[in-house]
Design a protein around this ligand. Structure first.
Ligand code: HQG
Length: 181
């Protein structure tokens, strides 16, 4: 039985943060050959018998849609942090998006806007529930920010499609952000 959570974390690390540690050749959309990733994982004792089907099962079992496999390649939908910025598809966002964050970040966010911080893009949520889950990683009682994506888009802020629940942006100025009470 493969431990999907550990596998998901390690693949997240490889595809989002440190592809060079796994000697992966990544293209500008974040794709790497699945076989290359499997070879790299197999060098570790814990994954010495891993096959593609295990990765597919991990993706299918996960509550979050983090990865995609297509034509023998795998990529992460979002979350990247290394300097080479992954190309994402620009897309008109829903009228409203959400962002769950910690209370301690609020003042700075309202002053400087939502910034990508350690990642390549700001991560926004399609619905409040998803934003709550994201925010709880930073604060037991997270606050939910409501983004006027319709106006921001109309005024030239770029949005990108992550997956059905996750949207990305380069930054979101404070004037488009309101705290949900
Ligand atoms: C905050 C997980 C101060 C921002 C999640 C956030 C997501 C500011 C933190 C995905 C700021 C960065 C990404 C400013 C933004 N001043 N703080 N100006 N602008 N921040 O983890 O959005 O499980 O890099 O509010 O579910 O929390 O890994 O981003 O709190 O989808 O698949 O800086 O990662 O997905 O934190 O999460 P993060 P995030 P996975």
């Amino acid at each position: 039985m493969f431990e999907y959570e550990r596998l998901s974390k390690e693949i997240s690390y490889a595809l989002r943060h440190a592809p060079w540690e796994y000697e992966l050749e990544m293209d500008e959309e974040g794709w790497v050959p699945l076989g290359q990733l499997l070879d790299a994982l197999r060098r570790e004792e814990q994954w010495e018998n891993i096959v593609g089907a295990n990765v597919e099962e991990m993706i299918a079992e996960s509550a979050k849609k983090r990865f995609e496999i297509r034509e023998g390649r795998i990529r992460a939908f979002y979350g990247h942090s290394f300097p080479m910025k992954i190309w994402k598809e620009e897309k008109e966002p829903p009228d409203v998006l959400y962002h769950g964050t910690a209370r301690r970040f609020l003042e700075s966010i309202m002053e400087k806007g939502l910034q990508p911080q350690e990642r390549q893009y700001v991560h926004l949520s399609q619905d409040v529930e998803t934003a709550e889950t994201v925010g709880k990683r930073h604060d037991g009682k997270p606050c939910i920010l409501v983004i006027d994506a319709k106006r921001a888009w109309a005024e030239g802020i770029k949005f990108y499609f992550g997956n059905e629940k996750v949207w990305l942006a380069d930054c979101v100025p404070g004037k488009y952000i309101e705290q949900m009470l």
